[in-house]
Write a protein that binds this ligand. Structure first.
Ligand code: AVJ
Length: 315
């Protein structure tokens, strides 16, 4: 995990902020990515099932509307939902004797290698071209001989705050040319009880996922005195920012030494560390954000419960 280790040392300064924060992407090492995968199957965690319902119902339509030669997926993870799109896109391309390229982009090399291997076997007509990259940094998409479709699914857009979203949408728009497309999945504002339960499940998988970031810090920064069990998982709804926030609260006074940084980290009992935000949206304001980034809205689909939305935008 050399890429993560080097990056985390450079990223660690926010541990000394007030409140302390840890870059959300450090939740998604190999173990974290597997735990997140488990989260997507929890009864309380509805977003994956809702988005899957939308993609299952509309993939053929999305393939027809875009006629994409390349699908580039930001934060592809295990690409489970992308399979619905790939099936439709590969079929559409084959029926027109076109080829289809799929570019999964992720920060986890293990997850990227495994999913690319599996996809190549299952989609022999699709050229799978994985890209190990952090989508929070500038990134050039490979050129293609036809429309490109950038996709960002799962509601991961919720990990950005308002300024971060504007920057991210602007960067996607810059990387595309007129005629290219952007497909965005976003979780919608709903009953607070359901939202909180989705991030604080009964089985405690989300708690383990959150605490895993402590283990990532411990190994990457060569820490002594740092133990996941010393932290309690908290999921809170922030109504002003309409987002779920995940925090870790120190259960006792904690004193850590990071050998990789030659620096110590003191957390009095009760100190809370912000590890992830998951913003929830209303369709109108999200559409407006896309328009200010230079996209036009082509279509919006929601699931049968109006829990989740998928927006197709054109550059
Ligand atoms: C992967 C960012 C979409 O915000 O719902 C799930 C992450 N964190 N449970 C989300 C997550 C805790 C998830 N995203």
């Amino acid at each position: 995990m050399t890429t993560i280790d080097a990056g985390l040392a450079a990223d660690a300064a926010t541990l000394w902020n007030n409140p302390p924060t840890v870059g959300t992407k450090w939740l998604y090492d190999e173990r974290g990515s597997k735990l997140f995968d488990e989260i997507t199957r929890l009864p309380e965690y509805y977003p994956t099932r809702r988005e899957t319902e939308i993609l299952a119902a509309h993939s053929v339509d999305i393939a027809r509307r875009t006629e994409a030669a390349m699908v580039a997926e930001f934060g592809s993870g295990t690409s489970t939902k992308s399979r619905l799109l790939l099936t439709a896109f590969a079929h559409r391309a084959a029926s027109q004797s076109r080829s289809l390229r799929y570019v999964p982009i992720d920060v986890s090399p293990e997850v990227l290698t495994q999913s690319s291997h599996d996809l190549s076997l299952d989609y022999p007509t699709v050229s799978v071209e994985p890209l190990l990259a952090d989508f929070t940094e500038p990134l050039d998409l490979p050129p293609a001989d036809g429309p490109r479709l950038a996709i960002f699914l799962g509601g991961t857009i919720g990990n950005f705050d308002t300024a971060g979203r504007a920057e991210f949408f602007g960067r996607i728009a810059d990387g595309l040319v007129p005629g290219d497309f952007f497909l965005l999945g976003a979780d919608l504002i709903k009953d607070t009880g359901r939202l909180v339960a989705a991030y604080d499940d009964k089985a405690g998988v989300t708690a383990d996922f959150n605490r895993n970031i402590i283990e990532v810090l411990r190994t990457a920064l060569d820490a002594t005195g740092l133990y996941p069990d010393d932290f309690a998982h908290l999921a809170r709804w922030n109504p002003a920012e309409h987002r779920i926030e995940m925090w870790l609260r120190a259960r006792r006074d904690i004193e850590v030494y990071f050998a990789a940084l030659d620096r110590s980290w003191r957390l009095p009992a009760g100190t809370e560390i912000l590890t992830e935000i998951s913003t929830k949206f209303d369709i109108e304001s999200l559409g407006a954000e896309l328009r200010s980034a230079g996209f036009s809205q082509e279509a919006v689909w929601t699931d049968s419960h109006d829990d989740f939305a998928v927006i197709l935008a054109r550059r």
